[in-house]
Design a protein. Structure first.
Lengths: 260, 341
C-alpha cells in the first residue's frame, strides 16, 4: 500500500495543507489525526524576509512529517521560481508544489506559466509537484518538462465542491497509468476523497476541508479513513454498475421480455 | 502588598488597575513613555465582540470576554454598545450561514433590516447577522484613560525605564510580586510564544457613516471596519504567522483596501490616514495564560483578544496573588511547581 513520490515512500495517501487553521495547536492535532506523512506549507503568506515565520515552521517540523513547500499566491513564472528557491533554502528540500495562478476568482492555474516554471525548476534540480487542471496536453508538457508527479484539481481551491469533472479526471488517469496522480484542491467532504481514490488516483491533497471544519481534528480522522476506504476499494476491483431498468429476465406475469 | 507591573499595554494597565483597586501599592514600569505605538494594544480594533470571536476561538475566550465586558462598561469612557453587524456578499452566503451555525446571540437580518440598521449599507447586502450585545470603543483613548486613572488610584508610574534581562529574570526587588505584561518582548522567558503579524489601516471619509463595527466575511480576506468617530474608520486586520512587527506589505494593504471598498465603494475616495503593523503575542493554541515563576506572574498570549481578555485575566492574577486561587485553563506553569504550600 505504499506510495512512492520522487523516491520517497509513504504509507498514507492523504496529504494535508497547513494554512488557515484556528491555531497551530489545532493544526498539530489535525496532522496527527490524519496520519499524513506529507504536509504543504505556504511560504509567501507565512513569512517575511529573514525567516520571520520561524516559530510557525518549528511547530510544523515537530510533527515529524515531510514538508512540501508550495508557491501559493504566485502569479508569474518569476515569482514562482523565486519562491521555490527561497523554499528550498529554508526547508532544505528539493520538493516544490508548483502553483502559478492565472485568475483571482477561480484561482485556476495558468497553464502556460505553469509549464514554463516547471521547466525552469526541473532544470534546477527541483522535484516538482505541479498543480494543474485536468488538461491532457498540459499534463503531457509537464511530464516532458521533467515532472514525475501530476496534481490535477478536483474543483477550485477552497470551494469544497469535490470532483467537478469526473470524466476528465478518469481520462487523465487512463492516459497516464504509470504517473503518480494526486487530486489537489476543491475537496470538501471525505466522500469526495474516497471517490477519487476509488477510480485509481494515487493520493489526495486537501487543506480547507479540514482547516475550516468545525472540528478539524475529527475531520482529519474522517478523511484518513475515507482515503483508506477508497484505496482498498480500488484494489478490491469494484463491481460494475448495471442498468437495472432494462430487465434481462422475464418479468413475472409476462411471458415475454419487453425487448422481444 | 506591593506589586510591580511591567508593561503598559492593555494587559499591564488592566492588571495595574485591578491590583490598585484591590488596595495594593502598585508601581507600573514601562520601557515606553506610556501607551504608544510601540505597544501591540495601540493597533487594536477596539471591538468587544466575544460572541463573534466564538466562531473561531475556544470557549475560554467567550468566558473571559463576557467577564471583561463588565469591567469596560464600568469605566468613565463607556464603550459604544451598538452591537456588531456581520455581512457577506451573496456568493459568500454559505460562509454567513456557517458563521451563524458556529455562534450564538445573533439575529438574522434580511436586506431591509440591514438597511434600517446601517442606512449607508442599504441595497448592498441582502443578509446579515446582528450581534446586539457587542460593543466597541477607541482603544487608544481607553489605554490613555486607564493610564491617567492609575495615578488617581495611588499607583506610581515609571516610564522610559527598560528593565534589564537580569532584573526581569529574578524576583522583584522592591515589591512582593511582579506582574510581567511585556507581550512579545517576554519571549526570552516564555519560549513558546510566537508573533502573529497584523496590518491595519485608518481611513478618513465623510461619505460613509457606520454606527457599529461591520465584519465582512470572505474566504480569503475577512475584514472588519470599526467606526472611530470624526469620520475615521479602522480597517483590519491581517493575520500572518510571522513575528515581524514592522513592514506593512503592499499586498496586505491592497487586500484591506479592497475589502473596505467591497463593503462600501465610497471608501475608495477615503484618505489613508494611517497604516499600522505589529505582531500579536500568542501561545501555540492562541489562548492567553497566567504563568508563575517564583514571585512573578506572566500575563501573556492574548493574541487578538487583548481588550476582550485583559480585565478577566487581571482579576484572576489578583485572585491568585491576594487569595491564593488558581484557575485551570488560563493558567499553567513554566517554571517549577506553582502550587501553594
Amino acid at each position: 500500500m505504499t506510495l512512492t513520490l520522487y523516491g520517497t515512500e509513504v504509507t498514507s495517501r492523504l496529504l494535508l495543507g497547513t494554512a488557515r487553521y484556528p491555531s497551530p495547536a489545532v493544526l498539530q492535532r489535525a496532522i496527527a489525526a490524519s496520519g499524513t506523512e506529507i504536509v504543504t506549507v505556504s511560504l509567501r503568506r507565512e513569512s517575511g524576509p529573514d525567516r520571520a515565520g520561524q516559530a510557525f515552521w518549528s511547530l510544523i517540523r515537530e510533527a515529524g512529517v515531510h514538508v512540501l513547500p508550495n508557491t501559493a499566491g504566485c502569479k508569474t513564472v518569476k515569482e514562482a521560481v523565486t519562491t521555490a528557491q527561497m523554499a528550498r533554502e529554508l526547508f532544505q528540500t528539493d520538493w516544490i508544489k508548483l502553483e502559478v495562478i492565472g485568475e483571482d476568482d477561480t484561482l485556476q492555474p495558468d497553464p502556460f506559466g505553469l509549464v514554463e516554471a516547471a521547466r525552469i525548476l526541473c532544470t534546477e534540480g527541483f522535484q516538482v509537484f505541479p498543480y494543474m487542471t485536468e488538461d491532457l496536453i498540459v499534463a503531457d508538457r509537464l511530464l516532458a518538462a521533467g515532472c514525475e508527479v501530476l496534481m490535477p484539481w478536483g474543483s477550485p481551491i477552497g470551494s469544497g465542491r469535490g470532483l467537478n469533472n469526473v470524466y476528465a479526471l478518469r481520462t487523465l488517469r487512463a492516459h497516464f497509468p504509470n504517473v503518480p496522480l494526486v487530486v489537489d484542491a476543491g475537496i470538501g467532504l471525505p466522500s469526495h476523497a474516497a471517490a477519487a481514490m476509488e477510480f485509481g488516483y494515487d493520493a489526495v491533497l486537501l487543506n480547507t476541508a479540514v482547516a475550516k471544519a468545525g472540528e478539524p481534528e475529527q475531520m482529519a480522522r474522517a478523511f484518513a479513513q475515507a482515503v483508506v476506504a477508497g484505496r482498498v476499494a480500488f484494489l478490491a476491483d469494484p463491481m460494475e454498475a448495471r442498468d437495472m431498468a432494462a430487465p434481462s429476465t422475464p418479468v413475472v406475469g409476462r411471458p415475454f421480455s419487453a425487448r422481444d | 502588598m506591593k506589586v510591580e507591573v511591567v508593561g503598559c499595554g492593555v494587559a499591564g494597565l488592566c492588571a495595574a488597575t485591578t491590583f490598585a483597586e484591590r488596595g495594593c501599592e502598585v508601581r507600573v514600569v514601562s520601557k515606553s513613555n506610556g501607551p504608544d505605538a510601540s505597544c501591540c494594544s495601540w493597533w487594536a480594533g477596539g471591538m468587544l465582540a466575544p460572541w463573534c470571536e466564538m466562531e473561531s476561538a475556544e470557549p475560554l475566550i467567550g468566558i473571559l470576554g463576557a467577564e471583561s465586558m463588565v469591567f469596560w462598561h464600568r469605566l468613565e469612557l463607556k464603550p459604544v454598545a451598538n452591537g456588531t453587524l456581520v455581512v457577506a456578499h451573496s456568493r459568500d452566503l454559505p460562509d454567513l450561514r456557517q458563521f451563524s451555525r458556529r455562534t450564538t446571540n445573533w439575529d438574522w437580518f434580511d436586506g431591509a433590516a440591514v438597511a434600517d440598521l446601517e442606512p449607508d449599507l442599504a441595497g448592498r447586502f441582502s443578509n446579515g447577522l446582528f450581534f446586539s450585545g457587542e460593543a466597541h470603543f477607541h482603544p487608544r483613548d481607553v489605554l490613555e484613560l486607564l493610564f491617567a486613572r492609575l495615578e488617581a488610584l495611588g499607583a506610581k508610574i515609571e516610564v522610559g525605564r527598560g528593565m534589564s534581562t537580569e532584573e526581569l529574570a529574578g524576583d522583584p526587588r522592591d515589591a512582593d510580586w511582579r506582574i510581567d505584561c511585556r507581550g512579545l518582548a517576554a519571549r526570552d522567558v516564555l519560549t513558546d510564544l510566537r508573533g502573529v503579524k497584523g496590518e491595519m489601516l485608518v481611513l478618513e471619509t465623510d461619505e460613509v457613516s457606520l454606527s457599529r463595527p461591520v465584519r465582512l466575511l470572505h474566504p480569503r480576506i475577512p475584514v472588519y471596519i470599526v467606526p472611530r468617530g470624526d469620520n475615521r474608520f479602522m480597517v483590519g486586520a491581517t493575520m500572518i504567522e510571522s513575528d515581524e512587527r514592522d513592514r506593512a506589505t503592499a499586498r496586505s494593504v491592497l487586500e484591506l483596501l479592497s475589502a473596505a471598498h467591497a463593503v462600501h465603494p465610497s471608501f475608495g475616495e477615503a484618505e489613508i490616514v494611517e497604516i499600522g503593523v505589529d505582531a500579536r503575542p500568542a501561545y501555540p493554541d492562541n489562548l492567553p495564560r497566567l504563568r508563575q515563576r517564583d514571585r512573578t506572574i506572566f500575563i501573556n498570549g492574548l493574541y487578538r483578544h487583548g481588550f476582550l481578555a485583559a480585565p478577566a485575566l487581571a482579576r484572576r492574577a489578583a485572585d491568585w496573588v491576594l487569595e491564593g486561587k488558581q484557575f485551570d485553563g488560563a493558567v499553567d506553569t513554566v517554571h517549577g511547581d506553582w502550587r501553594a504550600a
